[in-house]
Design a protein around this ligand. Sequence first.
Ligand SMILES: NC(=O)C1=CN([C@@H]2O[C@H](COP(=O)(O)OP(=O)(O)OC[C@H]3O[C@@H](n4cnc5c(N)ncnc54)[C@H](OP(=O)(O)O)[C@@H]3O)[C@@H](O)[C@H]2O)C=CC1
Ligand SMILES: O=C(O)CCC(=O)C(=O)O
Length: 417
Amino acid sequence: MGEKHINVFETAQKQVKQACDKLGTDPAVYEILKNPMRVLEVAVPVKMDDGTVKSFIGYRAQHNDAIGPFKGGIRFHPDVNLDEVKALSTWMTFKCGVVGVPYGGGKGGITVNPSELSQGELERLSRGFTRAIAPIIGEKVDIPAPDVNTNGQIMAWMVDEYHKATGDFQPGVLTGKPVSFYGSLARTEATGYGVAIMARDAAKKINLPLEEATVALQGFGNVGSYAALYIAEMGAKVVAVSDASGCIINKNGLDVPALAEYVKEHKIVKDFPGAEEVIDRNEVFALNVDILMPCALENQITAENAVNIKAKIISEGANGPTTLDADKILDERGIVVVPDILANAGGVTVSYFEWVQNLMRYSWTFEEVQEKQSQLMEKAFNEIWALKEEHGVNMRVAAYMMSIKRVADAMKLRGWY
Ligand SMILES: NC(=O)C1=CN([C@@H]2O[C@H](COP(=O)(O)OP(=O)(O)OC[C@H]3O[C@@H](n4cnc5c(N)ncnc54)[C@H](OP(=O)(O)O)[C@@H]3O)[C@@H](O)[C@H]2O)C=CC1
Ligand SMILES: O=C(O)CCC(=O)C(=O)O
């Protein structure tokens, strides 16, 4: 499934335009925000294990830094392309604005299937990409982090390579690092934890007791696995989980910690012994559940499958999982969508805490970090819910309205328009 032909950068631009129109902002605001301020495309030659050299294309998009340094992950995936990176950097600007962390938006990626690389090739590619983007990143300038198929080890290599390339040891130049190397406790869990908190808050608003709620997730990587673990811990029943291999079901509830252990070892969900049934991965959205958590990639909830959705709440773990047409259908059908720029903002929120700890050379406990994260996200949720009620818009439009106003105010004060 997934409508790859839908251009996600055009989606991002339309989302921004819609909220600018609703706010009645000065035309200059959309004129500035419709494109990233800077985009760098690089070709990274890598010596492969067989002695050949392969050149990989990568990007770093810097959307807007009116509020603070550019911030956003780096994705390694075969579908990475310029428009995708531009869209993801746009979404980052407004995600940071929603939770009020002092950053603008950035995003990077390399067009590569990392599962085809050896560990040595992966390291050389990560280091080569860091050297290529080193001139435009920095602890106070642009701070990358993990995204799809990147992790703490890759962030640690990148900090090391940045140090070698610049002679400047800046552990805060990347976040999402291993805890034993300037990482923050609770960063690995943060995005999924936030997705679960946002689903819980939405359930409260529509009087859906979590203990009676059923949940289905698309994607069981970093975001999906922790979203599932936390929503189960909060009392809901996770009945379905999909990944690229298929969708597993247990109507009595999957044992999520056991599934997480299983996937660590076997990589795929399909053969998990605790499943009652395995269905096609594309059927996950049509299941009879109360809460859906898309935690994979863009353009997954489409006009075609949105009509079959039975859930009352969608908490978007992925960036851009819902197409514009699908959004309209979900809205008309009264389904509460907690938009990506709020639902998955836990990652960048705790990245911010990691960066603050790096700059202070100090560390907080796991509980302190999670407490700070939930406070920021719940505050944002309540503000957005109130705005949605006040203006009669959905949560996505309300989230953009709140965030655009913050960015626009900063741009105005800086004299950009
Ligand atoms: N990591 C973070 O902190 C943040 C991530 N996000 C967003 O969350 C999403 C997921 O990221 P993350 O968890 O880090 O990435 P991971 O690489 O850890 O996991 C991605 C998951 O999506 C699955 N997947 C891919 N295609 C499909 C499909 N067609 N159907 C079902 N499952 C599929 C993968 O399955 P398989 O392994 O079988 O390929 C895997 O389980 C992305 O949109 C990312 O931008 C947002 C905020 C922060
Ligand atoms: O942790 C971060 O800085 C950014 C994470 C990210 O890429 C995202 O929120 O999409």
